[in-house]
Design a protein around this ligand. Structure first.
Ligand code: NAG
Ligand code: NAG
Ligand code: NAG
Length: 366
């Protein structure tokens, strides 16, 4: 319980009264939080642009080594992959988002490195990953959620979006103030004062991006043409479910099945680019997503489920926190780092570049 209390305060959540749960009728909630190091950085997208080599923009991908230009539908991905970059070795899923680039005054671009997230729950793995990011899965307790089925996939966000949509609660950015991860004192994507739907318009020590996936499923379709309409956010709370750690909100009748709250958390080390002489003279900020998006409104997250057998369901019902869930198998950082796939496109993505990979249109805020 003490662990629970300190973790809640770390997350900026209200502390529960002893003997009760802040998330619902039982005290058996689960919040997996685990690091996954970089699998590959590549300009392919098996969810939105299957078969395209290359796809329109660059992504950074973590998870299992079945990741490829196309990934077969209605297929158990965990039977195709044989290693993962995540600390939980039964998680052969893939997760990916856009990359972040810095644009210098001379118009050249440099990729902003992703750095390990801060220490929570004594989880050493997550503080030592090479690139990559942190993945969360939350359940309100035993029987609260139904784990995704083999073949399940989904998408959050819209890479083409350049205007605010009031969806700070689905994808958001936080400005870290210093190497102590200053500013990381509130649950993500909840508070307009600290989380922004677009890229922060000020100098940060680091920029954190959170992507919160829907928590309601139609119970039938493993995917849908837009990769979104088979899932939905709860009716009243919207994506704010996370603040209730998976129990908030009623699922709509059209999407009655409660699925785990999945969240991605990426930290970019922007401190390397805080020379005011290199920032735009017009007062705008210099970072741009690999989609050509200078606003950040087009941040998006892709997911292809690939947990082995019933491992995710066991974990969701297992009263687990962090990266040491007793009902799951873990691997060492060394093992995780041995897992990789080679870039299919094989283009230069680091170093100073004249254009972003794939040269997408740079679209500014209107
Ligand atoms: C994993 O899969 C790859 C590609 O499918 C294969 O080359 C490799 O030998 C496999 N490794 C193990 C340990 O099975
Ligand atoms: C552009 O500016 C960056 C940052 O000052 C510098 O490192 C890079 O070499 C420059 N690129 C070109 C093509 O001049
Ligand atoms: C939160 O998300 C919902 C969509 O689920 C949207 O209708 C609402 O406007 C959003 N609210 C805020 C404050 O971002």
């Amino acid at each position: 319980m003490l662990l629970l209390l300190s973790l809640l305060s770390t997350l900026g959540l209200a502390a529960p009264q002893l003997g009760t749960s802040p998330w619902g009728p039982n005290v058996s909630s689960t919040m997996l939080r685990f690091g996954c190091h970089q699998l590959v950085i590549d300009r392919i997208d098996p969810l939105v642009n299957p078969g395209s080599l290359p796809s329109p923009h660059l992504h950074q991908i973590v998870g299992g080594n079945a990741f490829d230009i196309s990934m077969p539908h209605n297929t158990d991905i965990s039977s195709l992959a044989n290693c993962t970059t995540c600390s939980y070795s039964e998680d052969l899923s893939n997760y990916w988002t856009a990359n972040l680039y810095f644009r210098a005054r001379n118009g050249s671009y440099k990729r902003v490195p992703q750095i390990p997230n801060r220490l929570l729950f004594g989880d050493d793995f997550t503080t030592k990953t090479d690139g990559g990011f942190v993945v969360y899965y939350v359940s309100g307790g035993i029987g609260d959620v139904t784990a995704f089925r083999p073949g399940f996939r989904m998408l959050v966000g819209d890479a083409g979006r350049r205007e605010p949509q009031g969806l700070r609660n689905q994808t958001c950015f936080r400005c870290y103030t210093g190497p102590d991860f200053g500013g990381d004192d509130k649950a993500p994507c909840v508070d307009d004062a600290v989380d922004f739907e677009g890229l922060p318009n000020k100098m940060c020590w680091g920029i954190r991006s959170n992507v919160l996936y829907p928590t309601c499923w139609d119970g039938k379709n493993l995917d849908s043409p837009d990769h979104k309409s088979h899932v939905a956010y709860p009716v009243e709370t919207g994506p704010h479910t996370f603040t209730g750690l998976g129990t908030g909100g009623q699922c709509p009748e059209s999407h009655p099945v409660r699925i785990p709250q999945l969240m991605l958390e990426i930290v970019w080390d922007t401190s390397l680019f805080n020379d005011p002489d290199e920032w735009p003279e017009d007062g705008s900020q210099p970072f741009v997503l690999s989609t050509g998006d200078t606003t950040g409104y087009g941040q998006h997250g892709d997911y292809v489920f690939g947990w082995k057998g019933d491992s995710l369901q066991r974990a969701m019902d297992g009263v687990c926190f962090g990266a040491n869930c007793h009902v799951l198998e873990s691997q060492s950082l060394e093992e995780a780092k041995r897992c990789s796939v080679s870039s299919r496109v094989g283009e230069e993505v680091d170093g100073w570049l004249d254009t972003l990979p794939g040269n997408p249109d740079i679209r500014e805020k209107k």
